[in-house]
Ligand binder design. Sequence first.
Ligand SMILES: Nc1nc2c(c(=O)[nH]1)N[C@H]1C(S)=C(S)[C@@H](COP(=O)(O)O)O[C@H]1N2
Ligand SMILES: [Mo]
Length: 238
Amino acid sequence: MRVDDRTFGRAAFLGALGAGIAGLFFARDAFRLVGKVVPDRVESLVPSGGWRIYTIGASMPSIAPADYRLRIAGHVERPTTLTLADLRSLPRAEQVSDFHCVTGWSVSDVRWAGVRLDDVIATARPKQGWRSLRFVSDEAPYDDSLTSEQALLPDVMLALDMDGGPLSRPHGGPARVVMPQMYGYKSVKWVTGIDVRTDVIAGYWEQHGYDADAWIGRSTPPGIVPSVLSGSTLVDHA
Ligand SMILES: Nc1nc2c(c(=O)[nH]1)N[C@H]1C(S)=C(S)[C@@H](COP(=O)(O)O)O[C@H]1N2
Ligand SMILES: [Mo]
């Protein structure tokens, strides 16, 4: 049933947006021709060099800023729900970095701003001994996790702004993870939950064979499996 839903959903979504079909075929070709994509070969493989918008479902979540809530739970003393205003009242973090998808496209010099994950989870008072943060997307069942060491690296954040404005809906607004040292699938969009955990569990794409240690240039991109790609909706960002 889920496969049928996805097939239908993808077809409907691509039909509605038209241009997405070219992107989908491009990704398939890139996978077939390259097999293993390394960052320094990316530019020549991607015609536009721009963003691709990914979802795993038929449509993307639509979350009004006023309705946005982030629920922090798990290995914490005080499970907490934050509004967007609560998040914006935390110390602001900014950085500029390149974004790399494991399927072979990159975007250079993206300007991100938001809040650091240690400041975010501090509001729920994590207990001693937590080992990972699992980011739950409003787009169920998409999720992924970062270990405590990864989550606290300086460039990692819950992004609220991109390139000088509020994070747009296609890019995961109101809030997404940004983990620029790792492939894009770690950067969960439409984050509405953070589960503070004492273990580390595999994320959505990791259950489909992607490397949990997604360090750019160090982890091995997975082999090209059409069934994996078919779970993803791909459209060129207008
Ligand atoms: N909720 C959700 N987050 C997601 C994805 C997704 O399909 N759903 N795709 C991931 C992948 S594989 C990449 S490369 C980036 C793409 O970010 P963009 O859609 O802003 O270009 O988002 C990541 N986060
Ligand atoms: Mo990706």
